[in-house]
Design a protein around this ligand. Structure first.
Ligand SMILES: Nc1ncnc2c1ncn2[C@@H]1O[C@H](C[S@+](CC[C@H]([NH3+])C(=O)[O-])CC(=O)[O-])[C@@H](O)[C@H]1O
Ligand SMILES: O=C(O)C(=O)Cc1ccccc1
Length: 269
């Protein structure tokens, strides 16, 4: 671990280990905030790779004097990866989460690392109330899956609107598989990943019950269609590990002039 990283030595996640405790719907509360780094890294295949790569994508994609948004920032792992990589002048990272315990923990952990090459502004708010403006990069790293289904299209459309021409959305999600056999296979593989990370069958089953109707995955086709409907010009999967994947969606650049392609073709022929 580099001295410029978060202290990832949080407590180990044993939140679902007690067989006597009732299983309540999953919430991002104090107990989760205390173990979140450990929980997400041992639950989401490829999580740390995605966070590191998002920093590299940000370094490449963010333009001077623009904003980055980390929506559903939790403890700020993506914001930190971006803040350390982005050196374009006049940028800031807006890190948004509606869970106070998560944001409070993020502030505590960022303080000793400041000043960062690009500053991070934490905002405690619901994504429905956040204005997105002059953004060259928006990141939804495993957040959209927690947004109620009927609010997802509006959020994606608002993100598209708030992006500058050529701006990018990085969308990472747990996905549902359309073929029931593949769904069963990928669920088994995800549980095998969790067992390999030290979770017991009981912990896996109890957390699965707590996430029912809280984390609602959708098929890749549904994500693609929603992004296209919002107006994104180009959509690619850049990472997948079992049923966890990350997409990059780009807004059309201002200089797109379809007519010029015809002009070249006409003069060539
Ligand atoms: N409507 C909402 N408004 C604001 N925040 C929300 C909302 N719904 C959920 N959240 C927040 O979205 C985050 C989802 S975790 C993201 C990981 C992070 N991106 C990471 O890269 O470490 C993913 C997971 O735990 O699987 C939580 O902190 C919620 O409070
Ligand atoms: O644990 C799971 O099964 C997940 O799908 C991911 C997750 C990670 C951290 C909090 C909630 C869900």
């Amino acid at each position: 671990m580099s001295s410029r990283d978060f202290d990832l030595n949080q407590s180990r996640d044993r939140l679902f280990a007690d067989p006597q405790a009732p299983v309540a719907a999953f919430r991002f509360d104090e107990r989760v905030a205390r173990v979140f780094d450990d929980m997400i890294a041992r639950s989401v295949p490829g999580y740390r790779t995605i966070v590191t790569a998002t920093g590299l994508l940000g370094e490449r994609l963010v333009s001077p004097h623009s904003r980055c948004y980390d929506l559903g920032c939790s403890l700020g792992a993506v914001s930190l990866a971006l803040a350390q990589r982005i050196t374009a002048p006049g940028c800031e990272i807006i890190a948004v989460d509606n869970a106070w315990p998560m944001l409070a923990q993020m502030r505590r952990r960022l303080a000793p690392l400041e000043p960062l090459p690009t500053p991070i502004r934490p905002v405690c708010a619901d994504l429905a109330d956040v204005r997105i403006d002059n953004a060259s990069l928006v990141v939804l790293n495993f957040t959209l899956q927690f947004v109620p289904l009927q609010r997802r299209a509006e959020l994606i459309a608002r993100i598209h609107e708030g992006l500058v021409p050529g701006g990018a959305l990085i969308l990472s999600e747990k996905i549902a598989l359309e073929d029931p056999c593949q769904q069963a296979l990928f669920t088994d593989l995800h549980h095998a990943f969790k067992r390999a990370q030290g979770y017991s069958e009981l912990e896996i089953a109890r957390k699965r019950a707590a996430l029912e109707n809280v984390l609602v995955p959708e098929p890749l086709t549904v994500h693609r269609r929603r992004l296209e409907d919002a107006g994104f010009a180009s959509i690619e999967v850049w990472f997948q590990y079992f049923n966890f994947l990350s997409l990059i969606a780009i807004k059309a650049p201002a200089s797109t002039k379809p007519a010029s392609a015809f002009t070249v073709a006409a003069t060539d022929g």
